[in-house]
Design a protein around this ligand. Structure first.
Ligand code: SF4
Ligand code: SF4
Length: 344
């Protein structure tokens, strides 16, 4: 069993408790945050363990890199606290288990890992992804989503096998060392979570934003600037890799899109709300989604860009009903390259 690299001493020396005072959902004052942190360190039951809505944001808020959210999840599991009802959690764990249906094949760069989203494989196309190979399915699923379910043990058990599947059946045999992560949850897994859990990653993960940025430079003569206002929906998993945020701004600039200034973007981003529904917190989901949509609509944005397919599934229809076109970032780039939407 790999131990979480979490330092009790760092938390004991901390004077800010930013992980809890900055939480948008728990609304804790400084004194309460200090008490709660103390309880977490002692391994006691704490309000945060019952009420954390698993938005991942405190991983970004802790300026000491001390993995407060992974630690919360660790404690939830140790104390038998289920953020999502137990039957739903058990059913999801069974449903999303590796199937062992791997058909090894030669792949070529760029190799794009589509995680558990086969329905988006068609968006790996055109000049942006010329010559790309894709891998997808339960056997390549990064499994970081179990953080939402208080189940670090499932990640620890499945992730080494997933990494071996990618490396041994595809990349290594084909002489490819880089893996482009379509879902930033995968990039967060390989660059943050795996090292925090002491799990080795033999390939180089490349974030989709980094890949798009470089491709847009190579294809700059083909870009027709969009000249549109675009809202951005930041995903929970992007909190694991906040250093990727400037790439979004660079991409917007390169394709002539204006990233609208809105309240719920960047560090103040709101969760799409899908996990709140799984937690049976429908009132919270309704409130958060309404505030988010009102905020987008007030900017006059024509598009809302998503980097996470799950956020797109959750909010896409509601965004569309507000007169805003929901779209993945790579598809927005395709439009700027004059390649339009698949089937559109
Ligand atoms: S997790 Fe980070 S922000 Fe929170 S108490 Fe520990 S060191 Fe401070
Ligand atoms: S994961 Fe989100 S909801 Fe939970 S404590 Fe951290 S910031 Fe708050």
């Amino acid at each position: 069993m790999n131990d979480l690299k979490f330092s009790r001493e760092i938390c004991e020396r901390c004077e800010t408790f930013d992980c809890l005072t900055r939480c948008q959902y728990l609304k804790m004052d400084f004194a309460t945050a200090r008490e709660e942190r103390g309880r977490l360190l002692q391994g006691e039951k704490a309000r945060v363990l019952e009420e954390c809505v698993t938005c991942y944001a405190c991983e970004e808020y802790c300026s000491h890199g001390n993995h407060p959210f992974y630690h919360i999840v660790e404690r939830q599991e140790q104390l038998g606290i289920w953020p999502v009802p137990k039957p739903v959690t058990k059913q999801q764990i069974l449903m999303m288990a590796p199937k062992g249906k791997i058909s090894p094949k030669k792949v070529q760069s760029p190799v794009v890992n589509m995680c558990y989203f086969p329905m988006f494989t068609g968006s790996i196309r055109g000049k942006l992804f010329e010559g790309a190979s894709t891998i997808v399915g339960s056997d390549f699923f990064c499994n970081v989503m179990w953080l939402h379910f208080g189940k670090n043990s499932v990640i620890r058990e499945r992730l080494p096998e997933v990494i071996a599947n990618i490396w041994e059946h595809y990349l290594s045999d084909s002489g490819v060392e880089e893996l482009v992560c379509f879902h930033d949850e995968c990039y967060g897994t390989y660059t943050r979570l795996a090292p925090a859990f002491g799990i080795k990653v033999p390939f180089k993960p490349v974030h989709i934003f980094d890949y798009l940025n470089k491709r847009l430079d190579e294809l700059k003569d083909r870009i027709q600037p969009l000249g549109q206002k675009v809202a951005y929906q930041r995903s929970c998993s992007n909190r694991l890799v906040p250093e990727t945020q400037p790439w979004v701004d660079e991409i917007f600039k390169k394709i002539g899109a204006e990233r609208v200034d809105r309240k719920y973007d960047r560090e103040n981003a709101l969760c799409c709300g899908t996990i709140f529904r799984a937690q049976q917190k429908d009132d919270l989901a309704d409130d958060v989604q309404k505030r988010n949509l009102d905020d987008m609509a007030a900017t006059g944005a024509k598009f809302c860009v998503f980097s996470c397919p799950a956020c797109l599934f959750t909010l896409g229809e509601s965004v569309f009903k507000r007169g805003i076109m929901p779209i993945l970032l790579n598809d927005l780039c395709q439009i700027a390259l004059g390649e339009g939407m698949k089937g559109g």
